[in-house]
Design a protein around this ligand. Structure first.
Ligand code: SF4
Length: 300
């Protein structure tokens, strides 16, 4: 894919919306190119839940495809999990209007989750696991070569922080991965997109959003708090969240602590000066050096 993917849809928009459209299309196009997410001949199965993010993903991929220098197919898939009150007609109606091939998979995971998870406990983890397994199977049945999910930059950062806070590991949410069953490539083309932009885009495009709370499950409180923390940082310290995200693609194993990633045990002096090595941020991190150290440093 190339810069052709930068082009937004051709419609007259107010300046702010035109900028938003351009940014969204550029960011998705860039993520697709950077991670080689979509190749010629791919059949991309776009998972559409009825939430704003997956609607936006489908919307933007369709418009990028029209300008892409390569040919690929899109099929939208929704899993109807039989939550009480799920408006089963909304997505088929929307997808039909859009003119995109689609498949609705009916599986009553709601009953399974209700039976297995104790009343009052959050059901999302099991629900997502079941959903994932079903979607992988459907991808095989439809002959899809890629599975596109609607996770965005803020989902990825939340996952990184939650894994640090509660899992004691440095692990985020990848933009591209091999599925658990080893049979599928999963892609996240919204990886560079922030959630606030998706909220605005959903309003502009009037997506018929279906809430993910029909099942009555409480949202994971830790995730809600982590999301709030990031939003708070973003408003108080503009640029910090963006830098955190960039940091995920700029890892220095020699300055972390994972002995499996870096051979600390066998480290030998090289005799070669590394100008960028151990100095970055020393001043900021450690504050002013103690007077004694300064004296020793400057003594002839
Ligand atoms: S809110 Fe309900 S439908 Fe959504 S992931 Fe959680 S359990 Fe599943």
């Amino acid at each position: 894919m190339s810069a052709v993917l930068d082009a937004p849809p051709k419609e007259r928009l107010p300046v702010e919306l035109a900028r938003l459209s351009k940014r969204l299309h550029r960011q998705v196009g860039q993520a697709v190119v950077d991670f080689n997410m979509i190749e010629a001949g791919d059949k991309v199965m776009v998972c559409v839940s009825g939430g704003k993010d997956s609607y936006a993903l489908l919307d933007i991929l369709i418009s990028l495809r029209a300008r892409a220098p390569i040919h690929f197919d899109i099929v939208a898939v929704n899993l109807d999990q039989k939550q009480p009150g799920f408006p089963g007609h909304v997505l088929p109606d929307y997808l039909r209007r859009l003119g995109v091939p689609f498949h609705i998979e009916h599986q009553d995971t709601y009953s399974i989750v209700k039976r297995v998870i104790a009343e009052g406990k959050t059901m999302c983890s099991l629900c997502s696991r079941l959903r994932r397994g079903i979607l992988y199977r459907v991808a095989g049945e439809l002959g899809a070569t890629k599975i596109a999910l609607g996770h965005h930059r803020d989902d990825m950062l939340q996952t990184l922080l939650m894994n640090m806070f509660f899992g004691a590991r440095l692990k985020g949410m990848p933009a591209k991965l091999v599925s658990d069953d080893g049979k599928n490539i999963v892609i996240r083309p919204l990886a560079y997109v922030n959630e606030v932009d998706l909220e605005r885009w959903a309003v502009h495009r009037a997506f018929p959003v279906i809430p993910c709370t029909l099942c009555g499950s409480q949202q994971n409180l830790q995730r809600v708090q982590t999301k709030q923390l990031l939003r708070d940082w973003d408003s108080r310290f503009p640029g910090r969240v963006e830098n955190m995200f960039k940091a995920m693609g700029n890892v220095v194993p020699s300055h972390l602590m994972d002995r499996n990633l870096y051979p600390f045990a066998g480290l030998q002096a090289t005799g070669v000066t590394d100008s960028g090595g151990d100095h970055a941020f020393d001043g900021d991190d450690c504050g002013p050096a103690p007077a004694a150290a300064i004296k020793i440093h400057h003594s002839p």
